[in-house]
Design a protein around this ligand. Structure first.
Ligand SMILES: *Cc1c(COP(=O)(O)O)cnc(C)c1O
Length: 383
């Protein structure tokens, strides 16, 4: 089947140029970057080239980049690494809408006896900054971990303001920028966070590789012990993955100026078309004074069940999501939409559509034909 792929917040297609960059490291260049001989040394140089590329994309020094196995590991490593090094405060402050990588870890830490504060959002998905301010205290808070852009709604949080608030109180701040990297111009110095997570497969790189930016001077302990990555993350490097990520980062930055506007225009056309076709449909997240990623829309079709909608679309070659990929198969509405107090009927009929720089006009035309037809059929069947 010829798919219209509108699930780019779950994962993206790998850019053919990234595949090409990786190929030698999957075949003849199999040396270990830690070896003394030059066969390994050449591979080490490729890893360092990728590190320079990722660092340039983030606006930091290459020595501040630690390669990991992806966003989940970067998030876990950030929170655990900060906790292990912290000598003040025991509470953890997160938002109510974090990705499961942070959310599940926080739940687990809470069960182990640690206090977790979940900062609420409003109906548009905006972070309650007053609640954050009240929650963060120098001698009580061990760390703050709040995402940059939400994977379900695309809502962007004011990371620089959060960073400032944390800095004033001497509390370390980790920011999950997995969704914003490659979609928004991102500079970690301007962002101001101490740690920043990214993941290659969310920006047309390979799966199973990511990075954690660790600002120089941050008190941080390694989680996976070993000599690699300046002792900050042990384990022989995923060399092909790292090389692919370096190339994908370069390509993302190169195309960002052109693609942001083009993708936003496609997303807006899709959203407007769906709202026009169904007067009861509503967009979840964003609006006045609430910026969103240019590629994401989360739309509810009250009276439909997300699961039935996704299956109907899949049968017609349109790949979409109901929000968090991990929560599919369960009937419970997404924790993000619940945190935004989206009414149950709307939350149960939510559809997340996420575009990429490979999305075409034809994809949008097909989605605008298919989605209203599936919605109408489900309404008629009352499923
Ligand atoms: C996808 C995602 C992750 C997890 O990244 P993986 O590389 O798939 O482990 C973490 N945070 C956010 C916001 C994500 O969208």
């Amino acid at each position: 089947m010829d798919w219209t792929y509108l699930d780019n917040n779950a994962t993206t297609s790998i850019d053919p140029q990234a595949v090409e960059a990786m190929m030698p490291y999957l075949t003849e260049r199999y040396g270990n970057p830690s070896s003394v001989h030059d066969f390994g040394g050449q591979v080490r140089a490729a890893v360092e080239g990728a590190r320079a590329s990722v660092a340039a994309a983030l606006g930091c020094d290459p020595s501040e980049i630690v390669f990991t196995s992806g966003g989940t590991e970067s998030d876990n490593m950030a929170v655990r690494g900060l906790l292990a090094a912290r000598d003040r405060g025991t509470q953890i402050v997160i938002s109510a809408v974090e990705h499961s990588a942070v959310r599940d870890l926080a739940d687990w830490l809470e069960k182990s006896g640690r206090e977790v504060i979940r900062v609420p959002v409003d109906a548009a998905g905006r972070l309650n900054l007053a609640a954050l301010e009240a929650a963060v205290a120098p001698d009580e808070t061990a760390l703050v971990s709040i995402m940059h852009a939400n994977n379900e709604t695309g809502v962007i949080f004011p990371a620089a303001r959060i960073a400032e608030l944390c800095r004033e109180r001497g509390v370390p701040f980790h920011c999950d920028a997995v969704q914003s990297f490659g979609k928004l111009p991102l500079n970690v110095r301007e962002l101001g966070a101490d740690l920043v997570s990214i993941s290659a497969h969310k920006f047309h790189g390979p799966k199973g590789v990511g990075a954690l930016y660790v600002r120089r001077g941050t008190r941080f302990r390694p989680w996976l012990l070993g000599h690699q990555e300046r002792r900050r993350r042990g384990g022989t490097e995923n060399v092909p993955g790292i090389v692919g990520m370096g190339e994908a980062a370069r390509l993302a930055i190169e195309s960002i100026a052109v693609e942001t506007g083009r993708v936003r225009e496609l997303r807006d056309r899709l959203e407007a078309g769906l709202l026009a076709a169904d007067p009861s449909a509503r967009v979840n997240g964003g609006g006045e004074g609430c910026p969103r990623l240019p590629n994401t829309t989360n739309i509810s079709f009250p009276g439909c069940q997300s699961e039935a909608l996704l299956i109907g679309l899949s049968e017609r070659g349109v790949a979409a999501s109901s929000g968090a990929a991990c929560s599919s198969g369960s009937l419970e509405a997404s924790h993000v939409l619940r945190a935004m107090a989206v009414p149950a009927a709307a939350a149960q009929g939510a559809l997340r559509l996420s575009l990429s720089r490979f999305t075409t006009d034809a994809d949008i035309a097909r989605a605008l034909e298919t989605i209203p037809a599936v919605v109408a059929r489900l309404r008629a069947l009352k499923v």
